[in-house]
Ligand binder design. Structure first.
Ligand SMILES: NC(=O)C1=CN([C@@H]2O[C@H](COP(=O)(O)OP(=O)(O)OC[C@H]3O[C@@H](n4cnc5c(N)ncnc54)[C@H](O)[C@@H]3O)[C@@H](O)[C@H]2O)[C@@H](O)CC1
Ligand SMILES: Nc1ncnc2c1ncn2[C@@H]1O[C@H](COP(=O)(O)OP(=O)(O)O)[C@@H](O)[C@H]1O
Ligand SMILES: [K+]
Length: 511
């Protein structure tokens, strides 16, 4: 699913209004009707008090239409106009008049006014600011946001939590409404997925308001949301007359004394993702544990006992996964530099190999084109430097990826893969995966996909999706705290099966 920038959404509105020959007022009515239907379905006439806080722009207009529809259905509402500006949008004004005709006169809130009492069992609808926010809200509006937050009432934001910009991180966390849920129009917004802005609405849902499909499908966007539909397009079925040679040979290079487990996890994940053959290249201390515990993998050992001192092998791997548990011993750093001088095999680079690249920038020029780099945020900072906010981080990551022609997988709650100026936002995964070794599993999975012939970008996007899906499957049995990297590997099979599972509700519809 595409993620549109705010100006593209405004353009989609305009096109829709023109092509469907409707007024903006009709579009607002349609949007707010979707909000009403959502609430009505859940509340079924429940007399709970609903406080609707409406700004003076079109977001506020949506709130006023919703108030009118709730009133007509007999809901217990209180409506407030948050008058943060003298200006009013036309559709706001039209709908204020319509509401007044239904004998609902909103309380106008201005600076210095007493704030309404809200009980924690009430519902707040936040329609104060929408996509039009262009500067931080005034102090008294921030005080209102804090008042809403203190009430602990369920807060439903319209389109976007008020105070959240679409293109930058707010400098003051208090200046954003903390939504329990956001109902966003037509398309998800990028800020829902970034670590410093996603925290304002952990739950969100898209409401289809019938914007012009042609516009939506032809517009180019900088970001895309990756779900099952998107990755299914990449999936390559296993062929009947194939053999292990068909699916490539992965070489996993890494490990040091005390960190052989990382290689074990990556090699095992690689096998579970379908690599035809997997060999691990480890220091000698890794030989026995790997041969004992992972019989499917072959093992080549370095001359040194405890760390990699020279990367030297006589096989011809299809792809190499590099860096997990490898450490940064001087000999290892030299070995990596010498290896990169001669290597032509596609690479997936993680962990200590990334840190070595950060400290030896000249190594970056030696990477084969479209190498996949999988940093967590700290490793990313070492690679690309410090950033000021998520948006600058993304721009810096795009430049880095372009400069070195690499696929950059920025791991996190919503892992973001960057290549060729575009970002792919993953939707699977859960906080149970915030545990040691899960990154090693991802390295193994992406390596295993490249081994089978997936191009690096697709392997990265698909691998990240499947990794998160494996986590989501396993967490149902383990709970968040007990999910481990080994368990995650057990979930990879389920993640593949789930790609082709028919949803229960689809089956129910057919019955
Ligand atoms: N396609 C869609 O997504 C649709 C969107 N609609 C609604 O329209 C909204 C956008 O409406 P608007 O463009 O009117 O934007 P807002 O409703 O966010 O209004 C912002 C208004 O406040 C002013 N302003 C911005 N920041 C301010 C600040 N800090 N202090 C004081 N004033 C400030 C702006 O100049 C503007 O007049 C969307 O978020 C959505 O709720 C719907 O009405 C119809 C369809
Ligand atoms: N809160 C979370 N939600 C979803 N995925 C997460 C979360 N925390 C971590 N992950 C995923 O777990 C993995 C952790 O990788 P990493 O930090 O490299 O761990 P390690 O080095 O211990 O293997 C990444 O793929 C990341 O996206
Ligand atoms: K809002």
């Amino acid at each position: 699913m595409k993620i549109f920038a705010a100006e593209q959404i405004y353009a989609a509105d305009k096109t829709t209004i023109k092509k469907q020959n409707i007024t903006s007022d009709v579009l607002m009515e349609r949007a707010a009707t979707r909000l009403f239907e959502w609430l009505h379905l859940r509340l079924q006439g429940n007399p709970v008090k609903i406080h609707l806080f409406c700004g003076i722009g079109n977001n506020g207009g949506d709130g006023l239409v919703l108030a009118r529809q709730l009133k007509e259905e007999g809901y217990n509402i209180a409506v407030y106009v948050v008058r943060y500006s003298e200006k009013r949008s036309d559709d706001f004004s039209t709908n204020l008049e319509r509401l007044k005709k239904r004998e609902v006169t909103p309380d106008v809130l201005e600076e210095g006014d007493a704030l309404p009492t809200i009980s924690k069992d009430d519902i707040i609808v936040d329609a104060i600011f929408g996509l039009g926010l262009n500067r931080p809200p005034d102090d008294w509006v921030v005080a209102l946001f804090e008042h809403l937050h203190r009430s602990r009432a369920f807060t439903l934001s319209v389109d976007i939590p008020s105070g959240l910009f679409t293109d930058r991180v707010p400098s003051d966390k208090k200046a954003v409404v903390k939504a329990n849920h956001t109902l966003t129009f037509q398309v998800p917004k990028l800020v829902f997925f970034l670590p410093k802005t996603g925290i304002f609405t952990e739950n969100w849902e898209v409401l289809d308001i019938g914007l012009d499909q042609e516009f939506l499908s032809t517009a180019e966007t900088d970001y895309e949301l990756i779900g099952k539909n998107e990755v299914l397009a990449f999936y390559e079925p296993r062929k009947k007359y194939s053999h292990k040679g068909t699916y490539g040979h992965s070489l996993i290079i890494g490990g040091s004394y005390g960190k052989i487990g990382a290689v074990h996890l990556a090699a095992k994940a690689c096998l579970h993702t379908g690599s035809g053959l997997v060999t691990a290249y480890v220091p000698q201390c890794g030989y026995t544990p790997l041969q004992t515990n992972l019989p499917e993998a072959m093992v080549i050992t370095d001359a040194a006992e405890k760390h990699i001192s020279k990367i030297d092998f006589d096989i011809e791997p299809t792809v190499i996964g590099l860096g997990i548990g490898m450490g940064k011993d001087t000999k290892t750093v030299n070995a990596l530099g010498q290896f990169l001088d001669v290597n032509k095999t596609p690479l997936v680079i993680d962990a200590d190999a990334l840190n070595i690249l950060s400290e030896n920038e000249e190594f970056l020029d030696k990477l084969p084109p479209r190498s996949v780099l999988t940093p967590h945020p700290k490793e990313l900072e070492r690679l690309i430097g410090k950033w000021d906010g998520d948006f600058q981080k993304l721009e810096m990551a795009k430049s880095f990826s372009q400069k070195y022609d690499c696929v950059l997988v920025i791991k996190g709650s919503n892992t973001l893969t960057i290549y060729d100026g575009k970002g792919y936002v993953n939707t699977t995964g859960n906080p149970g995966m915030a545990t040691g070794g899960t990154g090693d599993v991802l390295t193994g999975m992406v390596t295993g996909l490249i081994a089978q012939g997936y191009p690096p970008l697709q392997a990265a996007i698909f691998g990240v999706y499947m990794h998160g899906e494996a986590g989501d499957t396993m967490v149902e049995d383990t709970g968040y705290q007990t999910l481990t990297a080994s368990k995650l590997i057990e979930g990879i099979g389920e993640a593949f099966l789930d790609l082709f599972a028919v949803d229960d509700d689809v089956l129910a519809d057919e019955e």
